[in-house]
Design a protein around this ligand. Sequence first.
Ligand SMILES: [Zn+2]
Ligand SMILES: [Zn+2]
Length: 407
Amino acid sequence: MASSGEPRANLGAIGGGGTDEVLSAGALLGLSVEEFDAADVETLGDAELADELVGMRRAIDRLEAQFSRRLVRFEAIQGYESAGATNLLSWLRWACRMGTSAAARRLHMARQLIELPQTESAWRSGAISSGHAAVIGRAVDEVGAEHARSAEPTLLEAAEHMNPGHVWLVGQQIRHTVDPDGALAASNAAYARRRLNLTTNIDGALELAGLFDAEGGAVLRTAIDALTRPLPGDQRISAQRRADALVELARRQLDGGVLPGAGGQRPHLNITVSAGALRREDDAPPAELEWVGPITADTVRRLGCDAVRCTLVLDERGSPLSVGRATRTISPALRRALIVRDRGCRFPGCDRPPSWTDAHHLVHWADEGDTEIKNLVLLCRPHHRFVHEEGWTLRWGDGAEVLATPP
Ligand SMILES: [Zn+2]
Ligand SMILES: [Zn+2]
């Protein structure tokens, strides 16, 4: 039964019969897993599935504890060297097929728990989960082994009836009590690490990567969460809704005009476009968006639907001859009338409030459409995009309803 060449472990009397047969850990576990593999999961009811999921998770956690225990020993005797590896991490990557961060995390946690024997044994017995053990282990780094050991009983007690996230909060409370200077230093260090990198890709898309301190992060999350509610029949995944929410947040701020002005004007999107490009004529030079470069005519037409416009006449060398007055496409009075009539986005099934909307020209002003209430409807930004960039068409139905036809 035992396969050769695998690390062997004497796991006690296996298979009964009093033989001293030794089965490798991998082979023994493999046999159990094969039994589960043979089951037809389609036939399992919800209670059975729940039972199995809980049971398996407990067993996986206990097995993780055993893995961790052996890992500590393997490191102490430098067992990886006889396998030809220079360090334990690379051995874990190669022999255990683990990713670098997963291997590093396990190893770090195994080392932390050397300092916390009570936690290690609670993990082995299944009294706490791997998530709990990870959170409690972190106390060693945060407050030092001695303080961590004195906090250990409280944390283990919390783990009996709290999920790992809540145990972490208990740990933070203890930390602020036993080591207020350290907690302040850590919070200051997190604040010092804050950053936001904005990179424009070749295709004009903006890539955003950042890190915020806890308080800044909470403010940002609260503001974004407030704008991520899905629409009826929303096809957007949550990451897309968060991206839209962040843009919406910025747009509201710009529209509100409370940001410090740039060059005597309200900061906003600056687009330079020829009349030909607005009419989608083939030989017209593309429109340009400041910071981004060329953008499609459909996007310009959408942005132009409801914008502040300013005519700039250029001579043949591209020097300005005259600059017209900046005027709003939609006057404040017209917008108020639209809000009274539409009360929000008019796309069928959408109920976003007026503050989310642009005024859309059913026949674009660049195509001689009138800026009059009968040629205008309020559309939220995602639905305004549907119409311009994604090929939907809108028209008035027989009554006062708006009909939408997909591309
Ligand atoms: Zn429009
Ligand atoms: Zn809408």
